[in-house]
Write a protein that binds this ligand. Structure first.
Ligand code: PBG
Length: 342
């Protein structure tokens, strides 16, 4: 037997005597790489979250989320014009009422004149083509900061919470919201919200459910932004255990059966295996939320010069798309589109 020297192997595919695979051929130039690129971030699928507070003329930076601010109803319209000009097609609204307005039952959440309702109306008046999605939860509206109603034993009362969510969803739809996005993780909320919307004639209002939402440390900065940290306990009796993937499939299946139009996995980076599995099990559009802590980590490392922000953001959003996301909710939406859209 003749011994093959490395030199002969290297010549192999030229001489045809010994073939080796050369995947590098398809990476040889930018044009070649573009030709064979498998994943692209859909610019029309990026959603920008917006925090809306009471008052007038407010633009209040959020310390743990550099580049993100809280707006009042008037300034949020201005921000939406900027987002629109950058090419953002959809915003996700979070309402943050004054502390004094909060109570145990999230009453201000279904005030027809509440923050989200007013913001949605003002945005739709100014920019009718911009999609307005409203996060639907109670934690920003309850004085205890939980996403549901707390019963006498200090536990979250699932079914009473459903009534509030359904009632609130209706006021959002009446205000012009295109998509309601329940993020509370109560059981049965999608069915309850769908029924309430349909009974009132809002058959066109879509539901994007936070189907697999994990009890995550990566929501830290959001809770500062939204003043929604629970006063006692945590969210582990309603949000999912980060250890569970099969359970995510169950949650998605239930939401699909209940009538969700779009399902979501949240957070993103630590859950891309879940995103991949959910993508395979449903035909519905899949949204993935790149959350506040994920944003803060990238920003903090970039500020210190430890990573290149633009490249890290591109890589992150591409990875989320590669895992199967059709829609990516991200605080980077405006910057990313400004930078990448010519
Ligand atoms: C409300 C809600 C939260 C987020 C979205 N909707 C916070 C939470 O569940 O504690 C987190 C978003 C983010 O971190 O960017 N329930």
């Amino acid at each position: 037997m003749t011994q093959v020297k490395p030199f002969d192997v290297a010549l192999g595919d030229r001489t045809g005597t010994r073939l080796i695979a050369r995947p590098r051929r398809l990476r040889s130039s930018a044009a070649m790489r573009g030709l064979v690129r498998e994943t692209r971030v859909n610019p029309d699928g990026l959603v920008a979250p917006l925090f809306v507070v009471a008052g007038d003329g407010v633009v209040q930076p959020i310390g743990s989320m550099p580049g993100v601010a809280r707006f009042s109803v008037d300034t949020v319209v201005r921000e939406c014009r900027e987002l629109d000009a950058a090419g953002v097609r959809a915003v996700l609204l979070f309402g943050i009422p004054e502390a004094a307005a909060k109570d145990a039952y999230a009453t201000v959440n279904y005030d027809p004149n509440g923050i989200v309702q007013r913001a949605a109306g003002a945005i739709k008046d100014a920019l009718p083509h911009l999609l307005v999605i409203a996060d639907l939860c109670n934690c920003e509206y309850t004085d205890h900061g939980h996403c549901g109603i707390v019963d006498a034993a200090g536990e979250i009362d699932n079914d009473r919470t459903l009534e509030i969510l359904a009632k609130t969803a209706l006021t959002y739809a009446r205000a012009g919201v295109d998509i309601v996005a329940p993020s509370d993780m109560m059981d049965g909320r999608v069915a309850a919200i769908r029924a309430a919307l349909d009974d009132d004639g809002f058959t066109k209002t879509a539901i994007m459910s936070y189907a697999a939402k994990y009890a995550s440390a990566f929501y830290g900065p959001f809770r500062e932004a939204a003043e929604s940290t629970p006063a006692f306990g945590d969210r582990r009796t309603y949000q999912m255990d980060p250890a569970n993937r099969r359970e995510a499939l169950k949650e998605v299946r239930l939401d699909v059966e209940e009538g969700a139009d779009i399902v979501m996995v949240k957070p993103a980076m630590a859950y891309l295996d879940v995103v991949c599995s959910v993508r395979e099990m449903t035909d519905l559009p899949l949204a993935v939320y790149h959350v506040s802590g994920e944003y803060a980590m990238l920003k903090a490392a970039a500020e210190r010069g430890w990573i290149d922000e633009d490249r890290a953001v591109d890589e992150t959003l591409t990875a989320i798309a590669r895992a199967g996301a059709d829609i990516i909710i991200t605080y980077f939406a405006k910057d990313y589109l400004r930078r990448t859209r010519s």
